[in-house]
Structure formats: structure tokens, C-alpha cells
Design a protein. Structure first.
Lengths: 198, 375
């Protein structure tokens, strides 16, 4: 009777022992890795670089936790699984942030294209009113050249936007807007001075 | 039977003790081993810091090396963990993790230093670029430059603006790339402008003679008109002194000497006012007709035709005038000399038919025009 009891206890002990030896959460690792790749493919490393880097760091941390668990006599991947679940969720959030940033950039660039076009037209009208004379002539030539730059850039930006280069088009249109705005200020100041002389 | 039971009991006790002893020894052995998790965590954090300092941009090689070593360490850790627990050896993994951290730290420091240097270089490059744009604006902007040169200058200005924006956003590497593009276009535009100006001034000795001769001709009290194309100024000389000066405009191809009809160039040489027009006889407020083409122009035209340098059907052109409707701020005429209406009103009073009109590229030498600027 006693020997039967001992065998039963030993069997229970072995069951507990083997049940605590979990397998590496490969499915979760693969899912998180694929999610990160998907996020990268969506351009998150370009559009939301900080969030993307945090995601990559979290994945590294999860991989370390897997190995920490693997190094033990009786591996338990509970912590690693929790981190991997967080990584997967972060990937979803990062992708959403990236998509939102892309929409935001596209809208911002489109709005600025309209603004620059309007500024170019305003400037053309102001050039007609601007004072001439020798200095005026030289200044107007410079202004016209600058305005041509802004105008050409708008066309370039439209092409870049159509090709999906959101960052390049955004930075170019910002430069064009800055230029067109400075031209407007210059022309308005020249016209105001001319008015003052009268 | 009793003995058997007792014997089994002892065997179980002894076996249990042996197993317990083995497990205890194994646990002791394993716990004595250093695990690499802390070193790898430190390496990962160092990599993260380096990335934040843009080491992947400014210290790319070291940063990549550090990442590679970290990845190798992780791979080795995983391989060691796949081995039997008692024979695992993490020393190589720990060594790799430490090396990764050291290189990541170095790449961070290198990145900060390089970014600092780059920032200074970009600042210096911006100053140099401003000078190039200023040179173009001062010397070449008003020349009838080809469209491609004008476009190159515009592109350079745009890339320069983008470069400044990138610098403002702390993206120095991007600023440097954009600046280099700007510099290529600026150099191209300035080189083309410089060549055009130098080639044009090859005729300076002839212009100088023409101008000196015109001024000498005014010494007897006659009024002489002297037109400086580069300066865009029409002078009236009398007794060797300029008694009037007016801003003027030409045709878009003003830098060339007029050779054929429709080239929109303004002739260079000695001419005379043949008639004065006002009221309904001109569409330009007031006008003074010149005797273009003169004998020299006709001879030159005939020679060009003989040499096949111009079309056999080309005409020499005529109706070159000094007229009003100017002051537009750009070179717009078909080769005539355009003036503001109030200026031609004044000139009309000052000069009469028969007045000599000398048109030259420039009265001043190239070094005076460029104010000694090296280009």
C-alpha cells in the first residue's frame, strides 16, 4: 500500500515537472516579427521613426526574455508572451500612426500647393503694381526669377506627390511657400514705400 | 515478503537521495554560471541611445557593426540554450554583448562629434552659397542667358532653400546632400554666365575706341548720344561731359550685335538720328529713327551671307529707333532702345536730327563692371 502511495506521489511530481516545461512561443514570435515587417513596409521607419524604433527595441527585449526563460531548468514564457503581445499591439498602433501621418502629410502638402499657387498669382499681380526705375528694374528681375523658382517647384511637388514621395514633396513645398511668402513681403514693402513717396 | 518490502523501501530512499543530490549539484552548477541577459540588455540600451544620436546616419559603419554583433550574440545565446543545461557556455555571448555595447557607445560619441562638425561645415557652405547667388545676381542675372542656365540658377536656389529647411529641422545629412545639389547647379549657372560675360567683353577694345571717339566728337560743343548696353544707360555728351543720362531697355537678345532681321538684338557702332516722330507718327509716344543698317553693317551682313553663316533668305533688318513706352523693368523691345515717356520727352528737347548715336557693349572694362570680383 505504502509503495503504491510513493509511486503515485512520484508520478504526480513528474507530471508537475513536465507541465512546467513550456515550449518556446514561436507562433507569437513569428506573428510579432511579421507585424513589425508589415509596419516597416508601411513606411513607419520614415513617417514615425521614433515609434518604429520603440517597436524594434521592444521586440529585441521580447527576444531577450524568451532566451532568459529558455536558459532556466523549467522554462516559463509567460513574461515573454506578455511582451510579445505588447509588441504585436504596438505594431498595430505604430502602423495606424504611420498611416495617419501619411494622410496628414498629404493633406498638408496639398493645402500648401494651393497656397503657393495662390501666392504666385498674388505676386504676379503685385509685380504689376511694383515701382520700377533702375533699382526697381533690377529688383523686379530678381523677384521674377524667384517667383519662377516657386512656380517650377509647385509642378515638381505635384509630380513627387503623385509618385508617393510624401516627405520629399512636403519639404519642397515648404521651401516654395517660404520663397513665395518672402517675395510677397518684399513686393508689399516696395509698393508701400512707393505709396509713401507720393 | 517483509524483507522484500523493507529492501524496496531502502532502495527508494537511496535512489531518491541520489536523485536529490544530483539535482542539487546541477542547480548549484547552473546557478554558478553567469547568464548574458544583463549584458545584452545593456548592449540593447546602448544601441537605442546610439540610434537616438543618429549614429545610423553619422557613424553608420560602427553602428551597423554594433547591431551585427548584438544579433550574433542573441543567436549564440539561443544556440547555447538549445544545448544540455549542464554544458551551456555563455562566455562568448557575454563577450559579444560587451563588445556590442562598447562599439555602440563609440558610435554614439562619433555621431555626436560628426554631427557637430557637419553643422559647422554646413554653416560655412551656406555662406559660400550665398556668395555664389550674390555673384549671379550682381553679374549674370541681367544677361540674356539661355533658359537652361536660368533654370540651373533657379534649381540651385530651390535646393538651397530646401537645404536650409533641412538644417532647421536638424537633418544635417539631408541639408548637406541638398546643399551639394544646389552647389552643382550654382556652379553650372555661374560658369555659363562668366563665360558669356568674358566672351562678350572680347569686343571691349573696340567699344572703348568707339566711346572715346564719340566723347571726342562732343568736345566741339556738339551733342552726342552714347548708349552703354551692359549698364542699360543712354548718355548725352556735350563738350566731353555727360549732360544727361537715362535708364534704357533693349531687346531680349540685347547682348548680341544685330545681324539679321528679327534677332531682337541691338546694333553696336556709330549711327545718326535720321528723323524724330511724335503724335500719330509713332506708336511709342515719341521716337527717333536711327540709320541702321550703316555701311559697316551692310558689309558685315554681306560677308556673313557669303560665308554661309546666315540664311540666304535672311534680311538685315531696319527701323531701329530710340523710343518711349519703356520703363517696364525688363528688355522687351525688338532691338530698339526703349525709354520712359518722360525721359524721351526730355531727350526730344535736347537732341535733334543728325545727332550722332554711338552704341557700345560697355563703356567700362570687365574688371570695373565686376568690381574686381573673382569669378
Amino acid at each position: 500500500m505504502k509503495s503504491k502511495l510513493i509511486i503515485a506521489i512520484a508520478a504526480m511530481g513528474l507530471t508537475v515537472l513536465f507541465s512546467s516545461c513550456q515550449k518556446v512561443p514561436q507562433t507569437e514570435i513569428d506573428a510579432a516579427t511579421a507585424a513589425i515587417q508589415e509596419v516597416k513596409d508601411a513606411g513607419a521607419d520614415l513617417y514615425v521613426p521614433e515609434a518604429y524604433q520603440a517597436l524594434v527595441d521592444s521586440m529585441k527585449s521580447a527576444n531577450e526574455k524568451v532566451e532568459v526563460a529558455k536558459a532556466k531548468w523549467f522554462p516559463s514564457y509567460t513574461k515573454a508572451k506578455a511582451t510579445l503581445a505588447t509588441v504585436s499591439q504596438m505594431a498595430v498602433d505604430t502602423k495606424a500612426k504611420s498611416e495617419a501621418r501619411k494622410v496628414e502629410l498629404k493633406a498638408e502638402t496639398t493645402t500648401m500647393i494651393g497656397e503657393v499657387k495662390a501666392l504666385v498669382e498674388e505676386n504676379k499681380a503685385l509685380i504689376a503694381k511694383a515701382p520700377r526705375g533702375k533699382e526697381g528694374r533690377e529688383a523686379l528681375e530678381a523677384i521674377k526669377a524667384d517667383l519662377a523658382v516657386a512656380e517650377t517647384t509647385v509642378t515638381e511637388v505635384e509630380g513627387l506627390l503623385a509618385n508617393g514621395d510624401l516627405l520629399g514633396s512636403n519639404s519642397k513645398i515648404k521651401a516654395a511657400k517660404e520663397k513665395a511668402t518672402s517675395i510677397k513681403t518684399e513686393l508689399e514693402e516696395a509698393i508701400a514705400k512707393k505709396g509713401g513717396k507720393k | 515478503m517483509v524483507l522484500n518490502k523493507k529492501k524496496i523501501k531502502w532502495i527508494v530512499v537511496i535512489l531518491s537521495s541520489v536523485v536529490f543530490l544530483i539535482i542539487t549539484v546541477c542547480v548549484v552548477i547552473v546557478s554558478q554560471k553567469d547568464l548574458p541577459n544583463n549584458d545584452l540588455k545593456l548592449a540593447r540600451e546602448a544601441l537605442s541611445d546610439a540610434k537616438e544620436a543618429e549614429a545610423d546616419v553619422y557613424s553608420e559603419s560602427k553602428y551597423k557593426q554594433s547591431v551585427q554583433i548584438y544579433d550574433t550574440a542573441m543567436l549564440n545565446w539561443s544556440r547555447e540554450n538549445d544545448r544540455f543545461i549542464l554544458v551551456r557556455d555563455y562566455s562568448r555571448v557575454i563577450g559579444l554583448a560587451k563588445k556590442s555595447k562598447t562599439i555602440a557607445d563609440e558610435s554614439k560619441d562619433e555621431s555626436i562629434a560628426k554631427a557637430d562638425d557637419l553643422s559647422k561645415n554646413v554653416d560655412a557652405a551656406f555662406v559660400s552659397m550665398e556668395k555664389k547667388i550674390e555673384l549671379y545676381n550682381n553679374l549674370f542675372k541681367n544677361l540674356p542667358i539661355p533658359r537652361s542656365v536660368f533654370d540651373a540658377h533657379n534649381k540651385s536656389k530651390m535646393f538651397f532653400s530646401e537645404s536650409k529647411i533641412a538644417q532647421g529641422n536638424g537633418k544635417l545629412k539631408d541639408a548637406e546632400i541638398l546643399f551639394k545639389k544646389a552647389e552643382i547647379y550654382a556652379n553650372h549657372a555661374n560658369a555659363a554666365g562668366a563665360k558669356m560675360l568674358r566672351d562678350y567683353f572680347n569686343d571691349y577694345p573696340r567699344w572703348k575706341n568707339l566711346a572715346n571717339d564719340a566723347i571726342s566728337a562732343s568736345r566741339g560743343g556738339n551733342k552726342v548720344i552714347l548708349v552703354d548696353k551692359v549698364a542699360h544707360i543712354l548718355y548725352v555728351y556735350q563738350s566731353g561731359k555727360a549732360i544727361r543720362s537715362y535708364d534704357v531697355e533693349f531687346g531680349p537678345n540685347w547682348m548680341a550685335h544685330k545681324e539679321v532681321a528679327g534677332d531682337r538684338a541691338t546694333p553696336e557702332g556709330n549711327y545718326h538720328i535720321t528723323s524724330k516722330k511724335d503724335g500719330g507718327s509713332t506708336g511709342y509716344h515719341k521716337a527717333m529713327m536711327l540709320d541702321y543698317p550703316n555701311a559697316e553693317d551692310r558689309a558685315h551682313f554681306a560677308q556673313m551671307k557669303r560665308q554661309g553663316l546666315i540664311s540666304r533668305r535672311a534680311g538685315i533688318g531696319n527701323l531701329i529707333e530710340i523710343h518711349g513706352n519703356g520703363g517696364r523693368g525688363f528688355d522687351w523691345t525688338s532691338g530698339c532702345i526703349g525709354m520712359r515717356d518722360r525721359d524721351i520727352d526730355d531727350l526730344f528737347r535736347v537732341v535733334g536730327s543728325g545727332t550722332r548715336v554711338t552704341i557700345v557693349g560697355s563703356i567700362e572694362s570687365l574688371s570695373v563692371i565686376t568690381k574686381g570680383v573673382d569669378f
